[in-house]
Design a protein around this ligand. Structure first.
Ligand code: GDP
Length: 318
């Protein structure tokens, strides 16, 4: 396994998303400048002919496949067809085109929600496909599992150096702060901020507050992705997490503290809890020399600072 050459041509698919933009920052910080990006106007990754033409002309040496249709528990339930279709098409088109165009190595991002609903905790990589999935995000999970398996079987049949990472729940600058369709951290941060600004006595938290979730700052994920691109070359997926989790109740307490909202919390139990617990076993990741750096409270504070800087633009885009 070699370090990526300083002038390697690197394609970050999904460069403007939460994960892709963090990978772009990490690549630039590590001196890589021959970066190519797609963007919807240049290449629609769900269209095979467009992806083929893009790869034939660009011929990247390395691909970080961070493009995906993503969303929180409510978005997954509202747009199940879009989640399964778009994610399957993106994975199949990009992995096939990368292999056909002699790409050195491809890194694919899965997600911890693709493990079975009642997987042992912390979840080892070997839990994949051992029992039923969490129904609230099954369409996304099935598509992501197909992506992991594409990597595995392109390696097996063609010797293509494709690896897959299984990140836990992510958060950070550049996240989607939409109240209905985002994940829990941006949603609660925005609710706490708006409740504080309006002097509201309470804010609503979905579910019971009892589910446990592990959260990884996206800059930590990007750092791990670069490390694994250079130090990992196996067929099986590898978990990327922090090895610690919190209840939603504990999370909201930290968010309220960071934001400065001192009102009450109302738990709306008509909203789903989703899977009861989701924490990854990161023993393999540690064994190849990577550990997370960003503590949850610190990561939430910098994410809130980003939110404050970008709130006008976020509102304008809605
Ligand atoms: P999940 O990890 O796939 O379940 O996705 P989410 O990040 O959307 O939700 C995580 C947990 O946070 C679930 O138990 C939600 O019910 C809970 N939660 C509490 N308040 C909110 C909220 O305002 N938005 C979202 N998306 N989740 C919330």
């Amino acid at each position: 396994m070699a370090k990526m050459a300083a002038d390697a041509k690197i394609f970050v698919a999904g460069h403007s998303g939460l994960v892709g933009s963090a990978i772009m920052r990490a690549l630039r910080a590590n001196g890589y400048s021959n970066l190519i990006v797609g963007g919807r106007s240049k290449v629609d990754l769900t269209r095979q002919s467009e992806v083929e033409a893009f790869f034939e002309s660009e011929k990247p040496d390395y691909v970080f496949l961070a493009a995906a249709k993503v969303g929180g528990i409510h978005a997954n339930q509202t747009f199940p067809a879009e989640f399964i279709y778009q994610n399957m098409m993106i994975a199949a088109n990009v992995i096939e085109a990368a292999w056909r165009n002699d790409c050195e190595k491809l890194l694919y991002l899965g997600s911890s929600c693709i493990y079975p609903r009642l997987a042992p905790q912390p979840i080892p990589e070997s839990a994949l496909l051992t029992s039923t999935l969490e129904p609230t995000n099954e369409p996304y999970a099935i598509a992501k599992i197909a992506g992991l398996k594409l990597c595995e079987y392109y390696r097996k049949q063609y010797g293509f150096d494709a690896i897959s990472l299984m990140p836990t729940n992510l958060y950070g600058p550049g996240d989607n702060f939409d109240l209905e369709h985002s994940h829990v951290i941006p949603a609660l941060m925005r609710k706490a901020h708006e409740a504080k600004m309006m002097g509201a006595p309470a804010m609503v938290v979905w579910g019971t507050g009892a589910p446990r979730r592990e959260f990884l700052h996206v800059d930590d994920l990007a750092d791990a992705a670069l490390h694994l691109m250079e130090h990992y070359s196996e067929a099986t997926t590898i978990n990327v997490g922090v090895g610690k989790d919190v209840t939603i109740k504990e999370l909201v307490a930290i968010i309220c503290d960071v934001v400065g909202f001192e009102g009450e919390l109302e738990f709306d139990t008509s909203r789903p809890d989703g899977t009861p617990q989701k924490m990854l076993d990161i023993a393999r990741l540690r064994s190849i020399g990577w550990t997370p750096n960003i503590e949850l409270r610190d990561g939430l504070a910098t994410t809130y600072a980003w939110f404050l800087e970008n709130i006008d633009q976020l509102r304008a885009a809605e």
